[in-house]
Design a binder for this molecule. Sequence first.
Ligand code: PEP
Ligand code: MN
Length: 348
Amino acid sequence: MITVLKQNATVEQRDQLIKWFEDQGVKVHVSVGEFQTVLGLVGDTTEIDMDMLKLLDIVADVKRISEPYKKSNRRFHPEDTIIKVPTKAEAEAEPGDVEDGYALCGGGKFAVIAGPCSVESEEQIVEVARRVKAAGATMLRGGAFKPRTSPYAFQGMKAEGLELLSIAKKETGLPIVSEIMNENHLDLFEDVDVIQVGARNMQNFELLKALGHTNKTVLLKRGLANTFEELLMSAEYIMAGGNEDIILCERGIRTFEKYTRNTLDISAVPALHEMTHLPVVIDPSHSTGIAAFVKPMALAAAACGADGIMIEVHNDPPRALCDGAQSLTPDQFDEVMDLVAKVREALK
Ligand code: PEP
Ligand code: MN
């Protein structure tokens, strides 16, 4: 916490305030500048009443500088967290990283999560799973419970969709990623390796608390209008319950721009890397909403040091029940993977 003194504060008043802080058990670093004096308080300042301090005649401003997120904060955990998701699939191609039976994400290890927006049939999910695995994906995604803007739109295959994902997992060995919308569904997610919390549920605090008591990796997507700090506070809800296996996902935010579905905030990667030790993946599909833009944004993600990408791939995008316009065909996905592997190679 820092306290900025007004210019007219006398030395006696300043020393009196310093003594008061010291009596509260905090150390005070005094920095006397040409125009203002700043008191830096070090130690446990939680009991100090900021509002009361601001009312003092000699105080110009009071600011807390320690962040409210603790467990996810890089300050208290300088090393990158590497998330390990058990897999039965060997990496068949670059750029996905698989080692010793784990798909890895974070600390230089790159995760490739790919698959359709929604699971639609056994043939569809198994075919897409085979193709994305062959191209270098390390995890299979597929929505079973879909958060749709319209209640009349396809809502997902629900429990049956999760069963079909399990079949695709058995066929390919790929770990599976699927979105949960209601904590009462947790039992259905037993075989799901990574539980996704979608953008719309980033601040569903009861859901986050429930996930904090599981041992499942959570893919936490940034909300449509949420700050990095809010994203980390949501991660904190999960971590406070004891579950520290979290992958953060930037999926674009709402801005005034309407040409793309959302605005991909690529600076989320360096910013979050500075703020937190948790891995950060980019979702170029939902952030652009346009299949042709997925390749350049996936390359940008790899180039700027993201810990992975999540891409929607459909065997027949024009007939997809959800998000066809942003879905790649398996052939297009092959090409993106080749190029992402080249970008990663160039950075080594
Ligand atoms: C999704 O990944 O299918 C999804 C619904 O994403 P988001 O929550 O980012 O909109
Ligand atoms: Mn989608």
